[in-house]
Design a protein around this ligand. Structure first.
Ligand SMILES: [Zn+2]
Length: 302
């Protein structure tokens, strides 16, 4: 039968890419929600990743892993942990209006079933824009009842303001939206606690005072590693390659290797801010290096 405009079938519109944005799972007695603040498609990964390598080296690695060499998809994924006593948000995403394809965290916190007022603690891994950008919303604290917890070394670094040229704009942003929290904030040191069950881990290097967070409940562990590794192939299979985003490059490499070794040896699950959504997985040793193994259904069963 000939089709015309009133004939059903074959006329559904093309709707474009549809991305999952929220994933919640149990970790012991805690609930953990991964939220896609947004994404950015950028040219590269070379030279941002493998900055000290030839383009060919990096392209070959990508090709061997089935990835394109000319563009990459960079995800921004804050983590929300409900311990049953406190609701703790790790990083705040980009904030509204800075990147067209990001800044959705606060809306999605609500889609996930929480209100911004319910967030008790906001813990910041480091002071880069995609992590602090959502501290404010319409010029006011985005999570009005939350205690803000910064790394002490990280906060002091930005407060002193001795940043490299590429971080000048970032410094201005930190001064505008993070410094106003100073009087009411708390300051974290490695081996300290954010709340009971969540320990602070030294991850200095990507930013001078970056922190990771070790979450543990009922013998289950998760490392929220911030920006320890920012490309799931290049940074993990070649942790010694220099990265344009890393502020103290040698220290970032040393930290990356130490933390990759720790999570691989101890088989600790990882929530990685820039790993592909839901940014939850494991690191396995592979030859003399490592590889990222995304979680499948392990966390749906408990
Ligand atoms: Zn980042």
């Amino acid at each position: 039968m000939p089709q015309n405009s009133t004939t059903p079938g074959g006329s559904a519109p093309m709707l474009g890419v549809l991305r999952p944005q929220i994933y919640r799972f149990r970790l012991g007695n805690f609930e953990v929600t991964q939220i896609l603040d947004g994404f950015r498609v950028s040219p590269g990964p070379h030279p941002t990743f493998g900055q000290d390598q030839s383009a060919e080296n990096v392209h070959n690695l990508l090709k061997a892993n089935g990835l394109p060499a000319t563009h990459f998809d960079h995800h921004f994924v804050p983590t929300l942990v409900n311990t049953g006593k406190e609701l703790v948000l790790f990083d705040t995403g980009n904030g509204k209006g800075r990147i067209a394809t990001a800044g959705n965290l606060r809306d999605l916190v609500q889609t996930a079933g929480y209100t911004p007022q319910q967030v008790d603690v906001v813990a910041i891994t480091h002071g880069h824009p995609d992590h602090i950008g959502g501290l404010m919303h319409d010029g006011k604290p985005a999570y009005p009842n939350a205690r803000i917890a910064f790394g002490e070394v990280e906060f002091d670094f930005w407060k002193k303001g001795q940043v490299r040229e590429a971080r000048k704009q970032n410094l201005q942003m930190f001064q505008e939206i993070a410094i106003p929290f100073e009087d009411k904030a708390t300051f974290l040191k490695p081996e300290g606690e954010v709340v009971s069950g969540i320990r602070v881990v030294n991850a200095y290097g990507h930013s001078p005072g970056m922190l990771a967070f070790h979450v543990e409940s009922d013998n289950q562990s998760l490392l929220i590693w911030g920006d320890v590794a920012n490309h799931y192939v290049v940074s993990i299979q070649q942790p010694e390659w220099a990265t344009g985003f890393d502020d103290v490059k040698d220290m970032a490499i040393t930290t990356r290797k130490r933390i990759l070794d720790m999570v691989a040896t101890d088989k600790i699950a990882v929530a990685g801010f820039h790993m592909p959504f839901p940014s939850l997985g494991f690191v396995e040793k592979s030859g003399t290096s490592y590889r990222w193994v995304p979680a499948s259904y392990q966390f749906n069963l408990s």
